[in-house]
Ligand binder design. Structure first.
Ligand code: SF4
Length: 411
């Protein structure tokens, strides 16, 4: 029988490595890295976070997408959503002939264009059980790039559901990964979940669990979590046994704090002696997200004058890196080098954490005197995009490093 499900690539990695490296490599970034992550250009001292940019899951997903194009040159290739949250990588895949399927407002995908003759790539965030089953039924070739760290969370959610625990997932329900993770609860009949986006929402849950005086009424609770809970969710029954999990790219410190609050609320309600039958927790922040956040925390022990955080505005882990840095220094989250206008010396950036917050333009963002520029980038930002952004900052200061950034080849 012909194999139609692939999770391990096609053995073309070595063959394509030079192409991928040429498209996403930055000589400037490599120079700074090789000099101990700090380098001086004119009056700008650049400090690069010790962990930044492409993570292992993104590396793998991008490799598989390139391999798929080379393996199936005559087939229509679709991608469910975005391979990762980086507009340039996604544009590049479009140029290679990959067609993107986008979800509607409810997060549902329309797979009607896909036939059994086609190839469908599942992105690093994974897809919901419902979407996976739909694609299996179509009978197309599936190239599954779901990251191992996401699968690790899925296993936890599945085990919670199996043992009668509700998964309380710290994540954004609008994010593909959180929806896919939540859907794992339905692997077992009666499996339940609730997605909380931040500490404020977690406290609504905690107050309800512990029946604290100001807790929401049952109706208000259901209304608030209407779109973020499993069908038929009953807070009076489904908050008795809770397993905590999270979207892998959330702020690790917030996920941990939320887990502790839920634990404490369950202790308040059922007593410490019974907590083991009411609460479960496993660290499900991926190591790449953790390392990028730790690297920024390390840098912020001696904050640079200006911090540049580069990555898609809809990239969860990039937004969290920017939010972390904002607490210590002037921080500018930019999507790419085009946000920096060399002519006017201005920057367009997103100052708020929300992925949909508007951009603002700042003219007065680089200090007049010699200064330190810190740089980091989200897990979906390739090095060439970091290099291009830095080149523009240096150009504003009249510095031209003796390095040429390679423009991506479109062949
Ligand atoms: S951020 Fe983590 S979970 Fe997401 S793709 Fe990268 S390694 Fe995997």
């Amino acid at each position: 029988m012909e194999q139609t499900y692939f999770r391990k690539g096609f053995g073309l990695k070595k063959e394509l490595r030079h192409l991928i490296d040429a498209e996403y490599h930055s000589a400037l970034v490599e120079r700074i890295r090789s000099r101990g992550y700090t380098d001086r250009f004119g009056d700008v001292t650049v400090r690069l976070a010790q962990e930044f940019g492409f993570c292992y899951g993104v590396d793998r997903a991008v490799d598989y997408a390139y391999e798929t194009v080379h393996k199936f040159p005559d087939k229509s290739i679709y991608l469910v959503g975005e391979i990762i949250h980086n507009p340039h990588v996604n544009q590049r895949l479009t140029a290679m002939g990959i067609r993107f399927l986008y979800a509607n407002g409810d997060g549902r995908f329309d797979f009607s264009p896909v036939t059994a003759d086609d190839v469908v790539i599942i992105p690093a965030f994974g897809v919901t059980l419902h979407d996976f089953d739909t694609l299996k039924k179509i009978g197309c070739i599936l190239v599954d790039t779901t990251c191992g760290s996401v699968l690790h969370v899925w296993k936890r959610v599945e085990s919670y559901a199996r043992d009668g625990f509700t998964s309380v997932i710290h994540g954004k329900y609008s994010h593909e990964e959180s929806r896919a993770t939540a859907s794992q609860a339905s692997q077992h009949p009666g499996g339940t979940y609730l997605v909380v986006k931040d500490m404020h929402e977690a406290m609504l849950v905690c107050d309800y669990i512990a029946a604290r005086p100001a807790h929401l009424s049952r109706e208000a609770f259901l209304e608030h979590f209407h779109h973020k809970a499993s069908p038929g969710f009953d807070p009076d029954n489904d908050l008795r046994k809770i397993g905590v999990a999270n979207q892998t790219t959330m702020l690790a410190s917030e996920s941990i704090a939320i887990g502790i609050k839920i634990h404490d609320a369950l202790v308040e309600r059922y007593g410490l002696e019974h907590i083991k039958s009411h609460y479960r927790s496993f660290g499900t922040i991926c190591s790449a997200t953790q390392e990028r956040q730790d690297a920024v925390a390390e840098m912020m022990k001696h904050p640079p004058d200006v911090m540049l955080v580069i990555g898609g505005y809809n990239s969860s882990n990039t937004n969290h890196l920017a939010h972390l840095c904002q607490q210590y220094t002037r921080t500018f989250h930019i999507e790419d080098a085009a946000c920096i206008d060399v002519e006017t010396g201005t920057v367009r950036h997103k100052p708020e954490l929300s992925p949909t917050a508007p951009e603002v333009r700042d003219a007065d963002w680089l200090p007049p005197a010699p200064f330190q520029l810190g740089i980091t980038a989200g897990a979906s930002t390739p090095n060439n995009k970091i290099g291009e952004a830095l080149l523009r900052v240096l150009k504003i200061r009249g510095v031209e490093p003796e390095l040429e950034e390679k423009a991506p080849s479109m062949t």
